[in-house]
Design a protein around this ligand. Structure first.
Ligand code: BGC
Length: 547
């Protein structure tokens, strides 16, 4: 599965912002890469306060990105070459510009319009204190006070993220019915499924109790806001909707993948992929793991065990639009010991980065993760080995993580810089079809990573991804077991997939394997150019050995 951050993938309109027509113009590239499906980040009408994760209308396309006809054309063309299309859907909150929220603001406290959201009276003599002490994800209180129609300060509304993203109250039937309609609306247009955003925050503890203690608690750690057990009823309902759709349309096989950060809690992850809930749920432990054999093993083994026991497979991911790119994470010169496993998706050290080292490790990680049983999501630019752009000027940063923290947090813009397709500086390295200024500036040397340059280089990251995705199909069935081997080598992580042994050496020294392990073995795939001896695994390398 290939994640397309629409805004930054390809710009057919040459206005500096990626669009659906741009995606359509690059289908041949996706085919050549060897992906089965694409996931498009939100392209709904939106004021873009959180780049589309603030949806103003769930039934249309943001004009900057195209229109419904363009989406239909994209879906049809993808389908004609066997690529399925997933959309993003945001059930926890909408944009404060959504018609329902505007209606709620104009309505009186206690009205039906307000009951689709979480409006509450404040505490204190004049209601000037928020209804509870919850914090919002990108900083500040999770409550914002509104001004009532008569001009007086009024009720407060709840927002897990920014004030421009009011949370829906899922106990309201209108909300349930609205999303049922949205799912079917897009399925009817040929969309094959949804990546479902921030599912862990849908559902709030009854009574909205305060968190304990005086220190602010982030939403992810707020037990009254995150992973509230009763919310699973929502997903069972969605699954029933999806199953009914598939039953009524025998040629279709639509599905749902959940986004929930469940750091080192495979039991919580497993609950989302119960047979009557999501078909997939991202396992983020590997993405969050330091480059360390112990944590890497745990990040693979624990979700694999839990999900296998639950009768399903793991959905692996090394990158997405919310975290620093793997090349940069793995290139950090410190912070790879076990204790640096923070479990926070945005938590990272700001230590020095060695891009060459990070690239070497990211290559090894890609070769390793592709061999694991289960499904795999690749984030655009990962296959080019793009590093995080760390030095964007503050003035161009747009991420609410940065803006809400007053610059104290660097935010996520650095993994969203438009893709370099070729060397033409006037078109933002081929990102745009004509001269354009990209919405985020590309670094001077960005064309070093361009598709055009990598096309002709058999040692490039792109060549490695193409080869890896092709060879991965030889490891089927993807449901296959995962058997740890070569366990005498404490510095290695090795597992067998049928007659293939996958060996990762995440250390800085080459490791010589036992002769018995490599007898009659051939290198099927290696992350290190020039690696030809199956008996020796170079530093920061992953190899597939076939016997
Ligand atoms: C998305 C983020 C977004 C947040 C709020 C997520 O987890 O991936 O990009 O900011 O949800 O919708």
């Amino acid at each position: 599965m290939y994640q397309i951050y629409v805004r930054s993938f390809a710009d057919a309109g040459a206005d500096g912002v990626g669009d659906l027509a741009g995606v359509r113009s690059r289908i041949a590239y996706l085919q050549r890469l060897g992906v089965d499906a694409v996931w498009l980040t939100p392209f709904y009408p939106s004021p873009q306060r959180d780049h589309g994760y603030d949806v103003a209308d769930y039934f249309d396309v943001e004009p900057q990105y195209g229109d419904l006809a363009e989406l239909d054309a994209l879906v049809a063309e993808c389908r004609s070459v066997g690529i399925r299309v997933l959309m993003d859907i945001v059930p926890n909150h909408c944009s404060s510009e959504h018609a329902w929220f505007q209606e709620a603001l104009a309505s009186a406290p206690g009205s039906a319009s307000r009951s689709r959201f979480w409006f509450r009276d404040g505490r204190g003599a004049d209601g000037e204190v928020p209804p509870n002490n919850w914090s919002a994800e990108f900083g500040g209180s999770a409550w914002t006070r509104v001004t009532e129609a008569d001009g007086a300060p009024g009720q407060w509304y709840l927002h897990t993220f920014t004030p421009w993203q009011p949370d829906f109250d899922w106990s309201n039937d209108d909300v349930v019915e609205h999303f049922d309609r949205a799912l079917r609306f897009w399925f009817d247009r040929g969309v094959d499924g949804f990546r479902v955003d921030a599912v862990q925050f849908v559902g709030k503890a009854p009574g909205l109790p305060d968190t304990e203690g005086d220190a602010p608690v982030s939403p992810a750690r707020n037990p009254h806001l995150s992973f509230v057990a009763s919310s699973h009823a929502v997903w069972r309902h969605w699954r029933a909707t999806v199953d009914a759709y598939n039953e009524a349309h025998p040629a279709r096989d639509v599905f749902l993948v959940a986004e929930a950060y469940t750091p080192r809690r495979p039991d919580i992850l497993a609950a989302y992929v119960a047979p009557d809930e999501f078909h997939q749920a991202f396992s983020f432990d590997l993405l969050l793991s330091p480059w360390n054999v112990a944590t890497l093993r745990d990040a693979i083994d624990a979700p694999h065990r839990a999900l296998t026991a639950a009768g399903t497979t793991v959905t692996w991911v090394l990158n997405n639009h919310d975290v620093q790119r793997a090349v940069t994470r793995y290139g950090r010169l410190v912070a790879h010991d076990v204790s640096s496993w923070t479990g926070s998706p945005l938590g990272y050290s700001d230590s020095e980065v060695d891009v060459a080292l990070g690239t070497r490790r990211a290559r090894a990680a890609a070769v390793m993760v592709a061999a694991l049983p289960g499904s795999l999501y690749v984030y655009q630019g990962e296959e080019l080995g793009l590093p995080e752009v760390l030095d964007l000027p503050d003035t161009v940063r747009t991420d609410p993580v940065f803006l809400r923290a007053g610059g104290a947090e660097i935010g996520r813009d650095g993994c969203r810089v438009p893709i370099p397709w070729d060397d033409d500086a006037t078109t933002a390295c081929g990102f745009a079809t004509a001269p354009a200024t990209p919405w985020l500036p590309q670094p001077e040397n960005w064309s070093t990573w361009s598709v055009a340059r990598q096309e002709g280089d058999s040692d490039s990251m792109l060549a490695l991804y193409r080869a890896t995705l092709r060879r991965r199909t030889e490891l089927a069935p993807h449901e296959g077991p995962l058997e740890w081997v070569l366990t005498d080598h404490a510095q290695l992580l090795a597992f067998a997939r049928g007659d293939v042994t996958v060996v990762l050496n995440p250390t800085s020294d080459a490791v010589t394997l036992d002769a018995s392990a490599t007898e009659a073995a051939d290198i099927m795939l290696t992350s290190s150019p020039g690696h030809v001896d199956p008996r020796v695994v170079p530093a920061d390398t992953c190899v597939w050995l076939r016997s």
